[in-house]
Design a protein around this ligand. Sequence first.
Ligand SMILES: [Fe+2]
Ligand SMILES: [Fe+2]
Length: 311
Amino acid sequence: MTILIEQQQPQQPEFGVEGGGGKDHVVDEKELVLDGGFLVPHTNSFGQTFRDYDAEGERQPGVDIFYQNNHINQTYDFVQRMRKEYSKLNRVEMSIWECCELLNEVVDESDPDLDVPQIEHLLQTAEAIRKDYPNEDWLHLTGLIHDLGKVLLLPCFGELPQWAVVGDIFPVGCAFDKSIVHDKYFKENPDYNNPAYNTQYGVYSERCGLNNLLMSWGHDDYMYLVAKENNTTLPSAALFIIRYHSFYALHTAGAYKHLMNEEDVENLKWLRVFNKYDLYSKSKVRVDVEKLKPYYLSLIEKYFPAAKLRW
Ligand SMILES: [Fe+2]
Ligand SMILES: [Fe+2]
């Protein structure tokens, strides 16, 4: 680990910014079938099991360094500054579909599984959900838009470094949980030794609700802000999924439950459903983007009042 630190200094923040209702459905993986002939794959685009951060694949060293940078730099102060800056939504005006196309220019270095254009991942996720939940159109649209916040990597959005956009997220302002991937790197985070932020509750209180937590900054919280501030009519479960879909410590490891309120408990059921599709649709199944476009345009129109959103 020491060698890594010496070879690659963690990136310092250098951004183009100033100053600093749910149905409980237990999903059997065998149920996940795409296009009537595709079963849930056991391996990702690189032929390895999903989310294997120790596999010696071609992406592995980059993923390791990514989490080092992420865990050292995501502090309470940093997240506060990012949220304040990006809540302004004063950078770009564009439609959801334009954003889907723009996202094709993005590569997510934190993801050991994905090696297809982002728009295909979005549509793979949405279509896999649609197959199993044909009547939950809000969940199809959630699949389509959940990763759009990754545009933060692009120059017109401030060109944030990968560690401030993608990867697993976690609360700041309280102790980092041991279940977070590569948790060893938190020891170099300034908040790790700050008594205000390093206890089980930190600045929070029991069952205060996830809504009151500051989460490490990234594409999840940004897209949540974009959807909410543009007055989406998507249900609260959709916003919850968008905001916490990378919160693996919660939805997969079961950490931080002492901070959840009753609404979170309900919404988490939907997030768990969603998560399987987000993860397992990252495979080599290709989708026909142009063929699917009219259906998703109709959903965008249904759930977003304005054609152009503020980003
Ligand atoms: Fe994501
Ligand atoms: Fe995703």
